[in-house]
Design a protein around this ligand. Structure first.
Ligand code: SIN
Ligand code: FE
Length: 294
């Protein structure tokens, strides 16, 4: 489930064997782990290890690299500029790394960059927003339409601690297909016309497909099922300071239980262009339900 790589460089070229192992493990629902790939903070950037950078409302601080717009932070002026520059350097580095590691993924799209400076354990969330509960990712306002994938690259930038602390702690659940088999038959269809209306009102960026509706329902159903949270198969993973990891979060059930100071870069990729497209959540759900979902 955890596929480890010795890589300590942010740029390729990487050996063909490494690239094939990375793509194969990712598509099979593995978590790629890079224990020696550290994202180093430079100069005054170390002052950004500060939970007060959060505005206390948004879950994460996010950067849209297209517009340079920073959201979810209390920082302004010089401090906001330092934060944005650090996040942009991370996002650009992550993008080169992922493109060099997965050269078959032509057309992979860099989406938002996020910074998560608040200790996960200490936050209060509503159940559906609580990422300490096992879930797959599905974005309420950004439809993935024909099964576009959500691939996320994370870095733990907490300071290394002499006692070995500072790790980001995750639980990873059972394979997507097993999860979908258990939940898909009980999912109620969304109200007809709702996705059309939300698109018209600008609540969503484009219209949700049946696939989007199903993924949102699966996300919610998993979080709301206390018995599933407690009893389903789970593997604990710890990502120490100075490490990175890469995972298809629309496929891999995950929960973040603890840790602070993580950076994350989201990518989108066409399901049809995967090496094994039949492993994409949309194809799995179509097989299980016998429906066309986009
Ligand atoms: C999540 O995607 O559920 C949160 C992951 C994290 O912040 O470590
Ligand atoms: Fe998530």
């Amino acid at each position: 489930m955890l596929e480890s790589f010795d890589i300590n460089s942010w740029t390729g070229p990487f050996p063909a064997e490494t690239r094939a192992r990375a793509q194969g493990a990712l598509e099979r629902g593995g978590v790629l782990y890079f224990p020696k790939l550290a994202f180093a903070l430079l100069g005054r950037e170390s002052e950004l290890r500060d939970a007060r950078l959060s505005d206390g409302k948004a879950k994460n601080i996010s950067l849209d690299h297209g517009t340079g717009k920073l959201q979810g932070t209390s920082a302004s002026g010089e401090r906001a500029a330092l934060l944005a520059a650090m996040m942009e350097r991370f996002g650009a580095g992550a993008t080169v790394f992922v493109r060099d590691l997965l050269p078959n993924y032509a057309g992979i799209e860099r989406a938002r960059t996020s910074y998560r400076p608040v200790e996960v354990k200490d936050r209060a969330y509503s159940k559906l927003h609580d990422d300490r509960l096992l879930h797959i990712d599905a974005f309420p306002s950004r439809p993935m339409k024909d099964g576009r994938r959500i691939l996320r690259f994370f870095a733990n930038i907490a300071p290394p601690q002499p006692d070995g602390g500072g790790s980001r702690h995750w639980h990873v659940g059972e394979p997507f297909e097993n999860f979908a088999k258990a939940f898909a038959p009980h999912i109620k269809p969304h109200f007809p016309g709702k996705s059309w209306l939300w698109d018209k009102l600008g609540v969503t960026r484009g219209r949700r497909s049946a696939y989007d509706e199903m993924m949102l329902s699966l996300h919610d159903a998993a979080k709301q099922d206390a018995s599933y949270q407690k009893n389903s198969p789970q593997t604990a993973m710890a990502f120490p300071p100075g490490s990175c990891w890469l995972v298809y979060t629309d496929q891999v059930l995950h929960a973040a239980l603890g840790g602070e100071f993580a950076l994350e870069q989201t990518f989108h990729f066409d399901a049809a262009r995967m090496g094994e497209p039949e492993r994409a959540p949309i194809r799995v759900l179509e097989r299980l339900t016998g429906r066309t979902l986009a």
